[in-house]
Structure formats: C-alpha cells, structure tokens
Design a protein around this ligand. Structure first.
Ligand SMILES: *[C@@H]1O[C@H](CO)[C@@H](O)[C@H](O)[C@H]1NC(C)=O
Ligand SMILES: *[C@@H]1O[C@H](CO)[C@@H](O)[C@H](O)[C@H]1NC(C)=O
Ligand SMILES: *[C@@H]1O[C@H](CO)[C@@H](O)[C@H](O)[C@H]1NC(C)=O
Ligand SMILES: *[C@@H]1O[C@H](CO)[C@@H](O)[C@H](O)[C@H]1NC(C)=O
Ligand SMILES: *[C@@H]1O[C@H](CO)[C@@H](O)[C@H](O)[C@H]1NC(C)=O
Ligand SMILES: *[C@@H]1O[C@H](CO)[C@@H](O)[C@H](O)[C@H]1NC(C)=O
Length: 347
C-alpha cells in the first residue's frame, strides 16, 4: 500500500468531522460486507460507494415519493452487500464515478421506478442531518473504500428523482473546506448539476475518473487576500414560521444558475454496462423481456419528457422549526426566480 493510502486509513490523520464516530444505525451490519444474502424486503440502511459498479443508493422501501419517505428509505446496492436490497441489472443506465482528494461522487441515470421512486417524482435530498437530527433516512450510514480501506464517513448528500441521482461522500477536509461544507445539505432545490458538478452526459455509458476538487456547493471565490481565497456563498431562500408564529425569510433573493466551475477530470475509464449477473427472477421480478410493449400511460411519459434531467432534489421535508414542505418543483422555482432577475447578484 502506498504511504499516502496507508496514512489515510489512520483515523488520527483525518481532520475533525470527516470520519463517523457515532453508533451504526440499528438496521445496519456493523461493517460493509460484500456477498450478503439477497433480501429484497431488507430495511438495511448502510450505503457504500466504492466504484462505478459497486455502490448503493437510498430509495423508498415501497413505492412512495422521496419527499414523503426520506426518513425511512433503505439501501439498494449494485452488488449483494451490506444486507441491503440489490439493484436489478438494467436499472442503472449511465454513471460517472469520480474520486477526488476531498470526496467520492457518483452520479447517473436510471429507471429508478424499479427502486420504488414513482414515475415523474422529482425527488429530494437526503443527508445525515434531517429534521430529527438522526439522518434522512434515520439510521442511514455510509462508507467508502476509496481511501484505501473501508471507512465510515460522517458527511454525505444524495439527490434522487425517478430518473437521476447524484451522491457525494466527503472523505477529507482541511482548514479551508470542512467535510460539512463540501457536503453542504441546505441546497435541496438546486439539483444535482449545481450541487455536484461533474459530467452529466453519461446516460448510456459508465465512466470512472479522478477529478479535481470542486468548490463546496454554493461557494464562489471572489478574491485572494494574502494568499488566502475569499468566498461568497449562496444560501437558498425560503420563508418559514417560527414556533411563536412569526414568519421569517432567509437566504438570497437571486439564485445563481450554475456552480462557479466544473472541475476537470482525468484518467477516465469507460465501460458500456455494469452488471451483477443476478437473474431478475432471483430478485422476485419478471424475467427481462425482449419484446417491445406499447405503453398507453401517456401522461407519465409526457411529464417525463418535458422535464430537464437536472431536477433531482426538488422537494425536501421541512426541518423542525423551519418551513413546511413546499410543492414547487425546481422548474417552478427557477421560473419564479428568473422573474426576479439579477443573476449572480447575491452576496
Ligand atoms: C450513523 O448515522 C447516524 C445518524 O446520522 C450518525 O449519528 C452516526 O454517527 C453514524 N454512524 C456511523 C458509524 O456511520
Ligand atoms: C429480510 O429483511 C426483513 C427486514 O429487515 C427481515 O424481516 C427478514 O427476516 C429478512 N429476510 C431474510 C430471509 O433474512
Ligand atoms: C421502468 O421500469 C418499469 C418496471 O420494470 C417499466 O414498466 C417501465 O417501462 C420502465 N420505464 C422505462 C422508461 O424504461
Ligand atoms: C474497493 O472496492 C472495489 C469495488 O468493490 C474493489 O474493486 C477494490 O479492490 C476495493 N479497494 C480496496 C482498497 O479495498
Ligand atoms: C485545502 O484544500 C484545497 C483543495 O485542494 C486547497 O485549494 C486549499 O488551499 C487547502 N487549504 C489549505 C489551508 O491548505
Ligand atoms: C437514459 O437512457 C435511457 C435508455 O436510453 C432512457 O430510457 C432514459 O430516458 C434516459 N434518461 C434520461 C434522464 O434522459
């Protein structure tokens, strides 16, 4: 093992706030484990992100909108692991897996109705904080082995809709970027492409790359003073009601349309598919059919084709003491905001 990889496995070498220190969620095995038995009704919530074909996503245990099921979503993994459910072959249609010095990120596309996300649901954002402080899902935990061995990490964020997902686990920090900032969890209306910049043109291909570190979500460098960068930060706007009934509004009035930059990637390797080879029938599903069946359910198809692919994470459950769930999709919100105008005038 290279020295750097070895050092990264030593807890004392990690900055504060990177490694998870609390107990494992009650539904989870103590450690990430490959080769656990298949159980498609499992409630395990241990998610691992190790490679383009070895990752998990949190999704509903039964068909239900993300916004309504985020506290009890379960882990679905590309391979049988972690006592979790198995993502059926053919579900994921494209992936970009990125390894950086500060995080590992996986983004992609799929028919996530097979993971119980209702067709047309623009989804929401999951993170280890949640309105009850115990994570969304409660008891959800994450690991990655990109540092050289399996490690439990404290900060992560996942956006998922019926057709798209993106997930970042923050594996490192320094005095400029904390793990919490790099996995900042309060931009649930902004969608994957803003919060986790990367190559989103991957539907139909599976790539694995190294990449430079992005600025934390919502951070924009404005100056460098004595060698130290200075940033402005964007805070998503919303209006809520305090427990005493007083309305309050926080956040910026103008919403940026894009992150400051998309970091460049290198050393990309691509494959045309990922597969665990498990027959669909072994997952309780009908065998894959090669015949094309015309679908009559045109209303769902219409709403999916009119929606951009960048809207994962449209709704989020209110945190206690904050707003109640809004019904605006990101598309509605961006329309409302563009009425306000003034791109990049936030500070
Ligand atoms: C598991 O998740 C809970 C809730 O977010 C957190 O408090 C705890 O630190 C995590 N433990 C591990 C080992 O990841
Ligand atoms: C599958 O998971 C469910 C929920 O955790 C559990 O009740 C059930 O016993 C498990 N089945 C098997 C065969 O392990
Ligand atoms: C998604 O999967 C479901 C269930 O297998 C299937 O009925 C539906 O046609 C698929 N949708 C697309 C767009 O392939
Ligand atoms: C991490 O997981 C991947 C995918 O399962 C595996 O190929 C790789 O060998 C693992 N790396 C380490 C250091 O365990
Ligand atoms: C922290 O890491 C980032 C990304 O590599 C780097 O730009 C920044 O200068 C580092 N901060 C310190 C204090 O070393
Ligand atoms: C991704 O590709 C699949 C297969 O071609 C397609 O059915 C699906 O609509 C695409 N997803 C998005 C979000 O464009």
């Amino acid at each position: 093992m290279a020295l750097a990889a070895f050092l990264a496995t030593l807890p004392s070498v990690k900055a504060a706030g990177v490694l998870a220190t609390g107990p494992q969620g009650p539904t989870n095995p103590p450690e990430p484990t490959l080769g656990t038995s298949i159980n498609q009704t499992s409630f395990a919530r241990l998610l691992s992100v190790n490679s383009v074909d070895d990752f998990c996503l949190f999704a509903p245990p039964a068909p239900q909108n993300i916004g309504d099921s985020e506290t009890y979503e379960v882990a679905w993994c590309t391979k049988p692991r972690n006592d979790a459910r198995v993502i059926p072959d053919g579900t994921i249609t494209g992936v970009s897996f990125l390894k950086t010095d500060f995080y590992v990120q996986i983004l992609g596309y799929g028919n996530l109705t097979r993971l119980n996300v209702p067709n047309g649901d623009y989804g929401g954002e999951l993170d280890p904080h949640g309105q009850f402080g115990a994570g969304n899902p409660i008891g959800g935990n994450v690991t990655s082995n990109v540092t050289g061995s399996d490690q439990h990490f404290a900060e992560w964020m996942q956006y998922i809709s019926y057709s798209q997902f993106c997930l970042r686990i923050c594996t490192n920090a320094n005095s400029t970027y904390s793990a919490a900032d790099m996995c900042w969890h309060e931009l649930d209306e902004m969608g994957c492409e803003f919060v986790m910049p990367g190559n989103y043109k991957v539907n139909g291909t599976f790539e694995s790359c190294d990449a430079d570190v992005a600025y934390p979500p919502g951070w924009y460098p404005t100056a460098t003073i004595s060698g130290t960068p200075v940033f402005s930060t964007f805070a998503q706007r919303y209006t809520g009601t305090e427990s005493n009934g007083h309305a309050y509004t926080v956040g910026d009035t103008a919403t940026p349309s894009a992150p400051y930059s998309t970091p460049s990637s290198s050393d990309c390797r691509t494959t045309s598919t990922i597969s665990n080879g498990i027959p669909l029938t072994a997952l309780g599903l009908a065998a894959a059919s090669t015949s094309r069946t015309a679908s009559k359910s045109s209303s769902g198809a219409k709403s999916s084709s009119s929606a951009p692919a960048s809207t994962a994470g449209a709704t989020k459950q209110a945190k206690s003491g904050e707003r109640k769930t809004k019904d605006y999709s990101s598309v509605d919100l961006l329309k409302m905001i563009s009425g306000v105008g003034a791109f990049l005038l936030f500070n």
